[in-house]
Design a protein around this ligand. Structure first.
Ligand code: 13P
Ligand code: ZN
Length: 274
């Protein structure tokens, strides 16, 4: 089957295009990766033309030998659907998980996203934490979530609680909460280590003054998580902008009742008294 006709590539393109339409990807902002299943790579093996081995910039030994779909550095999400071969590609990792090579796509001198270290370290953490279930890592620049990083304390507890309060379904969609990374230089190993540490506990990591990373089992779950967090952030921005504070809200006791009925575990550290 042609690479572009496979279900996993079509799902990748769909997510990229949906993210673009949400306004989460100005210019080349954001990046997306997916750990490809052996049977999926089997469908396209005849079209792979491996290039030279290049350094990842970190080491992900548990991912040695795996194949990934990944967006290109400097490439625009706007073009993921319009010029797919140029916008993303398939890369293979070496056995040690220290090098990669481009096997398909990223035409015209393309290279994987500058956030490849963060993507791969998150994938490695999630491989263990989710027992192999999670396959998608998604980074974007959503307006409201970024705006909140200028006014809320950069603490997991505060972001989680404030976002949960904005929509009743939030604690059901992300019961583990969200993590927050202080401002750091993007694109390197240090921010990748900080993010992957948070990904051991959460499926969402917010980068102060930059954007958000989400992890999920498939494209729908990952996009849905990003969408839910960003929508809650939008409501909070509106509430804060109205200037009078919250007159009423969902209280810690309400969350405990919700947790019982919806059979989710909510860590008491998020249910602090104000
Ligand atoms: P890339 O173009 O290298 O993917 O970078 C975009 C980005 O959002 C960096 O954080
Ligand atoms: Zn970014």
């Amino acid at each position: 089957m042609k690479v572009l006709d496979t279900e996993f590539v079509r799902g990748f393109i769909q997510l990229g295009d949906d993210g673009w339409k949400q306004g989460w990807h100005e210019r080349n902002g954001g990046n997306l990766s997916c750990r490809i299943r052996p049977e999926e790579i089997g469908e396209v093996k005849d079209q792979l033309t491996p290039g030279e081995w290049l350094d990842i910039g970190t080491s992900v030994p548990k991912l040695g030998g795996e194949y990934f779909l990944v967006t290109g550095t400097g490439r625009y999400f706007q073009n993921v659907a319009r010029k797919p071969e140029e916008s993303f590609g398939i890369v293979e990792l070496d056995g040690a998980g220290e090098k990669y090579r481009i096997c398909w796509g990223l035409t015209n001198g393309g290279r994987p996203t500058s956030e490849l270290p963060s993507h791969l370290m998150n994938h490695e953490v999630k491989l263990v934490a989710s027992g192999g279930r999670h396959r998608v890592i998604y980074h974007c620049h959503p307006v409201n979530t970024i705006a909140l990083t200028f006014v809320l304390p950069l603490k997991d507890e505060v972001f989680t609680r404030e976002l949960w309060e904005m929509m009743t379904e939030c604690p059901v969609v992300f019961p583990e909460g969200v993590g927050v990374v202080d401002w750091m230089v993007p694109g390197g190993r240090d921010i990748a280590v900080a993010t992957s540490e948070l990904m051991k506990k959460y499926n969402v990591a917010i980068w102060a003054h930059h954007g958000m990373f989400c992890s999920g089992a498939d494209f729908d779950e990952t996009f849905g998580l990003m969408h839910t967090v960003e929508k809650a952030a939008e409501i909070l921005v509106k509430v804060l902008s109205m200037g009078q504070g919250k007159r009423q809200t969902i209280e810690p006791g309400d969350f405990r009742e919700l947790a019982k009925d919806f059979k989710v575990e909510l860590d008491e550290k998020f249910l602090y008294e104000r």
